[in-house]
Design a protein around this ligand. Structure first.
Ligand code: AMP
Length: 607
């Protein structure tokens, strides 16, 4: 029987969890590692995902990519901030869809995320000894429609039916609710590698109701690393007169070195940073926790505004909050603990491993959907308001932010001109007054209207935000009662056709990756056998007949020729032929070695 798993598709690491009876558990690999670094690399043998790809960050920075989550559902214009983190080249496939250049491949963020999902899917299948085709995947609460859609697309490309997209802090709260029996008003403060989220939930008798959510999709531990890296680059400039800004490998090395130092300073007061640079130069300095804190404090302070706003949106004050829960790797910093405690005026909880708690919650939600857990209900909200463009580029809100999902809204449309046959509608998401400051989600056209006097057609359009936080649009002609055709063009993101093509290509890639691997293996084996045979032929030439020698030489030439082509089957065939034809030569050589080994030996010396 197949199982529904919960997946935390993280900026830095990804995890997969399942429900083991009544308890959610994270699935580890054979070495006991639960985290799959969200890093993807490519070499001539194909894709590499996880820890092995992470090791290639330093050696092959131009064919290795990390933090792909920061690019999900974005176009280049949205990713100006992100671009500075990526040593690989980013282009645009079409307006609104980024393409990452990795070696000979150009992949969109959903395709790259799909490679990570495939890896965790494979891990789960190996562990559970069954196929896994359904999953609950988590996203930052503050992800907009395009980012959610992109996550769903990634799942589809990876061969997973994404039953639900759940907000990360909500998932964490589910895990705390189930395992630690937390009740009342809970604030979940989630600071990960690339995003910050705050959610305020009311938990009572198994009902998890999200009251409000807020956050920043451009803020996380990576920003701290970036800050420290800039500091080191500046110090190297002053101390050694080297400008390494454009040296991709050096920048990666410094970034990784500083990330490590940052983590160490969560438990230690001081750490020694040693970064070997080129030409034997070594950058060395000690870094105290106090200095780290003063250099990044303004970034952590940026999390307080959203906390305040979420409380306000939930119509609560600080004293109403019963528990504060910490989620995300970056909350291990003592500075974060202190600032959260200062703001909420109570000590935060971090009993559940902040790396695992989101995946555990996703597994809980998977079990609820599978009909396992029956006394828990999750009521989540949409993080951003949904509206349409009205005269003068003003945003008219149809569904305000923090509405419980699924939810819907209706709007009546008509015509301005006599005989008008179509109406254009433009849907936006965001909190600003003018649509130009919000995010365009979709445009659609009500088409084939009957040519009537202006104002007479009455078309009712339904906007639905589903339980995943994703928009759906439908329309009805109220005069005739018939469904109105709507052609929704997502402003960002992939169309269904594109996803279908990517699924197909991922199989094709998998096939060509496999072919490439088989070819390399066959060539390597051919090189080894050619080396051995040539050596053996040199030694054994006097032992065999002339025509046998010529036949072997023929086969050697044939194999060499095959290795120049790219047909691994032909190479294998010729390896076999060479193998067969050299059996006699090998025997002769063995005999002669034995004889020479026995020569001059007395019978008594034999074993
Ligand atoms: P997440 O997205 O939840 O996996 O969080 C990853 C972020 O947490 C990265 O920026 C890490 O550098 C950061 N992180 C992980 N462990 C620690 C730690 N012990 N102290 C400070 N930051 C950490």
């Amino acid at each position: 029987m197949s199982k529904i798993v919960g997946i935390d598709l993280g900026t830095t690491n990804s995890l997969v969890a399942y429900m083991d009876g009544k308890e959610p558990k994270v699935i580890a690999d054979r070495e006991g590692r639960t985290l799959v670094p969200s890093v993807i690399s490519v070499d001539e043998q194909g894709w590499i995902v996880g820890a092995r790809a992470q090791r290639r960050l330093m050696t092959h920075p131009q064919s290795t990519v990390y933090s792909v989550k920061r690019l999900m559902g974005k176009g280049l214009a949205d990713a100006q901030e992100e671009r500075k983190y990526f040593p690989v080249s980013l282009t645009e496939k079409q307006p609104g869809i980024i393409q990452v250049e990795l070696g000979p491949y150009r992949l969109t963020p959903p395709e790259l995320s799909a490679l990570i999902l495939k890896e965790v899917k494979h891990r789960a299948e190996e562990f559970l000894e069954t196929t896994v085709t359904q999953a609950v995947i988590t996203v930052p609460a503050y992800f907009n429609d395009s980012q959610r859609q992109a996550t769903k697309d990634a799942g589809r490309i990876a061969g997973l039916d994404v039953l639900r997209i759940v907000n990360e802090p909500t998932a964490a709260c589910l895990a705390y609710g189930l395992q630690k029996k937390k009740q009342g008003v809970i604030a979940v403060y989630d600071l990960g590698g690339g995003t910050f989220d705050i959610s305020i939930l009311k938990v009572k008798e198994g009902i998890f109701e999200v009251l409000a959510t807020n956050g920043n999709t451009h803020l996380g531990g990576d920003d701290l690393d970036q800050r420290l890296m800039e500091l080191v680059l500046q110090e190297i400039r002053v101390e050694f007169g080297q400008d390494l800004q454009r040296d991709v490998e050096a920048v990666q090395q410094i970034r990784l070195g500083m990330e490590k130092a940052k983590r160490q300073l969560s438990t230690e007061e001081v750490t020694e940073v040693v970064i070997p640079l080129k030409q034997g130069v070594v950058y060395r300095r000690s870094l105290k926790r106090g200095e780290l804190e003063s250099r990044v404090r303004d970034l952590i302070d940026l999390t307080i505004g959203p906390c305040r706003q979420a409380l306000e949106d939930a119509h609560l004050s600080l004293k109403d909050v019963d528990e504060v829960v910490l989620v995300g790797g970056a909350t291990r910093m003592p500075l974060v603990h202190r600032l959260v405690q200062e703001f909420f005026q109570k000590a935060p909880h971090s009993e559940l491993n902040p790396d695992e708690v989101v995946a555990l919650g996703a597994a809980v939600q998977a079990d609820i959907l599978a009909g396992g857990i029956q006394n828990m209900l999750l009521l989540d909200v949409t993080p951003l308001s949904l509206g349409i463009e009205t005269m003068g580029g003003v945003m008219s809100v149809l569904i305000p932010r923090n509405s419980t999902i699924p939810t819907n809204a209706k709007e009546l449309f008509t015509t301005f001109v006599d005989g008008q046959r179509s109406v254009d509608v433009h849907v936006y998401q965001g909190e600003r007054e003018l649509v130009q400051d919000n995010r365009s989600l979709a445009r659609f056209q009500l088409k084939d209207l009957d040519p009537l006097p202006a104002g007479l057609p009455r078309i009712e359009v339904h906007f639905t935000i589903d339980a995943n936080g994703i928009l759906h649009v439908s329309a009805k002609d109220l005069r005739s009662g018939r469904d109105q055709t709507i052609e929704v063009k997502p402003s960002y993101g992939l169309s269904d056709d594109e996803v279908a093509r990517m699924i197909e290509e991922s199989f094709k890639f998998a096939k060509s990756d496999m072919e490439a691997r088989l070819l390399i293996e066959a060539r390597n084996e051919a090189a080894t056998i050619l080396r051995h045979t040539e050596r053996a032929l040199k030694q054994g030439e006097p032992l065999i007949a002339l025509d046998e020698r010529d036949r072997i030489r023929d086969r050697i030439t044939a194999l060499k020729k095959a290795t120049e082509g790219d047909d691994h089957r032909l190479i294998r065939e010729r390896i076999e032929q060479l193998d067969k034809i050299t059996v006699h030569l090998a025997e002769c050589l063995m005999d002669s070695t034995l004889q020479s080994g026995l020569k001059d030996k007395k019978l008594s010396e034999l074993p």
